[in-house]
Design a protein around this ligand. Structure first.
Ligand code: NAI
Ligand code: MG
Length: 496
């Protein structure tokens, strides 16, 4: 009797077939979220109508339905927001002792905790991420960031011993759609702790938790103008970058826009920090605990639908364990539940926008044309909304576009290696340098490999772990400057 062979990997067919008898009863989130039909711009402590009276819709990517509409800030509104921030900086915030600033930041953190449930639901509705992630990761980490930086506000002399740290002034902050509230926290908390005032612009597909944060800031009684939150797309962002009275720009988003911002700021006096794209190598050595590594691969690339700049989107597996790793990985992938972001069983929610789904699908085509073998799980996906089955590309090569370019979706490109030197060479052969992962049983190997990989963050035997005390940021085309931890204070101060 011949043994059944799985054509995917030439190995004996797996006995585990999760796609048949096992399914979960729906477990929808039942708490209510209040979303207003319309949000105005938050300028100088008040919600004000945009100068041109224009609004645009934000939709739920899981069902393509409109959730609300937000103001489209024009150059005139940007100017108004910057003026409010300048006046608040000159008259109030730069003069306030750190101890007092800290109290406001703590207050924001506590209100975020109190409203965590509602914020999680809105985050999942507006951006498509599974409620389990917004509830357990995004919102608690956002609050943790405010708590952490509140603690620094009156201790800057200890952060920079022997130096005097002065705030830069007014910061313009532009954030992406993959971690909307968390990115707002990463930007706002250190800026406030160091005594800067700011104008923040959330991404156009995910503005709602930022507008909720505006309500939190108002309820925390922050002096008017210290935090201004304005909505709009690229044009609004560009107006903020180019405003003459901005002292610092902090940007997180695509490498393409990051480069354009860098060019625009090069001839100016403005400070800037950029957190851009990535194409991290997640490296599995033959001596790794394979089951644990498989969980790390899953978490590395399928967390938040793969919309993660530090995602482990390139998988490097040592040749001797390749078949075992890929077989276990495919079995595990088959268990992933793709669907309603508000269902607590969901592992992979909706792709953030139609444009992003089209981009991912294009890469699925490109990879096949280049000669890599596409494999996707067999799960059902909802008939409306933007969804993508978890995917891997076998036999990817170093020159493939799917290996070199950021896809920003649930797609991993897989390559093999024989020696540690080859793994390092391949891991570093990329224009990016944001993150990486190493899986091995040997501590000495961890030190040897991690010190040779050019990336800002490298996880060993874990992946996608975040903490406000830990700095995050990139090398090469992944950007400049660090966010988080003590390092995250530096881009907001001038040292004397
Ligand atoms: P994007 O870089 O255009 O958007 C990020 C933010 O920048 C948004 O708030 C946007 O309104 C703003 N923006 C756009 N053009 C601007 C300009 N000229 N000046 C100032 N601000 C501007 O990213 P997009 O188009 O949403 O996504 C495209 C690709 O970028 C994704 O497929 C992904 O590969 C990558 N990306 C990477 C992120 C990361 O964290 N590494 C985050 C978001 C996107
Ligand atoms: Mg939306």
């Amino acid at each position: 009797m011949s043994k059944a062979v799985d054509s995917r990997t030439d190995r004996p067919e797996s006995k585990i077939r999760f796609s048949t008898s096992w399914s979960y009863a729906p477990a929808p989130e039942t708490a209510k979220a209040t979303i207003a039909p319309r949000y105005d711009l938050f300028i100088n402590g008040k919600f004000v109508t945009p100068a041109k009276g224009k609004y645009f819709a934000t939709t739920n990517p899981a069902n393509e339905k409109k959730l609300s509409e937000v103001g489209e800030a024009s150059a005139e509104d940007v100017n108004k927001a910057v003026k409010a921030a300048r006046s608040a900086y000159d008259k109030v915030w730069s003069k306030m002792p750190g101890k007092e600033r800290g109290k406001y930041i703590y207050r924001i953190a506590r209100i975020l905790q109190e409203r965590a449930r509602e914020l999680s639901i809105i985050e999942s509705m507006d951006g498509g991420k599974p409620i389990r992630e917004s509830r357990d990761v995004d919102i608690p980490l956002a609050a943790a960031h405010f708590f952490y930086y509140a603690g620094w506000a009156d201790k800057l002399d200890y952060a920079f011993p022997g130096r005097t740290a002065r705030p830069l002034g007014v910061a313009g902050q532009i954030i992406p759609w993959n971690f909307p509230l968390l990115m707002a926290a990463w930007k706002i908390a250190p800026a406030l702790a160091t005594g800067n005032t700011l104008v923040l612009k959330p991404a156009e597909t995910t503005p709602l938790t930022a507008m909720k944060l505006a309500e939190v800031i108002r309820d925390a009684d922050l002096p008017p103008g210290v935090v201004n939150i304005i909505t709009g797309a690229g044009e609004t962002g560009a107006a903020l970058v180019n405003h003459p009275d901005i002292d610092k720009i902090a940007f997180t988003g695509s490498t393409e826009v990051g480069k354009a911002i860098q060019k625009a700021l090069a001839p100016t006096r403005k400070h800037y920090s950029l957190e851009l794209g990535g194409k991290a190598a997640n490296i599995i050595f033959e001596d790794a605990t394979i089951d644990q590594a498989v969980e790390g691969i899953i978490n590395g690339i399928f967390f938040n639908q793969g919309h993660v700049c530090c995602a482990g989107s390139r998988l490097l597996v040592q040749e001797s364990v390749y078949k075992t790793v890929i077989g276990k990985l495919q079995d595990r992938m088959e268990t992933l539940v793709v669907g309603d972001p508000l269902d607590k069983n969901t592992d992979i929610g909706a792709i953030n926008s139609k444009i992003q789904l089209e981009k991912i699908n294009e890469y699925l085509e490109i990879g096949q044309k280049e000669g890599a073998n596409l494999w996707q799980t067999s799960c059902d996906i909802p008939s409306s909304g933007y969804f993508c089955r978890p995917a891997l590309f076998l036999n990817a090569t170093q020159s493939h576009r799917i290996t070199q370019e950021e896809i920003f979706g649930p797609v991993v490109a897989i390559q093999t290696f024989r020696t540690p030197a080859e793994a390092i060479e391949k891991a570093n052969n990329t224009p990016y340098g944001l993150s990486g992962g190493v899986w091995t049983d040997k501590g000495s190997k961890i030190f040897k490999i991690t010190t040779k990989i050019q990336a800002g963050v490298i996880w060993a035997n874990t992946y996608n772990k975040f903490d406000p005390t830990s700095p995050f940021g990139g090398y090469k085309e992944s950007g400049m400057g660090r966010e988080g931890g003590l390092h995250g204070l530096a881009p907001y101060v001038e040292l004397n």
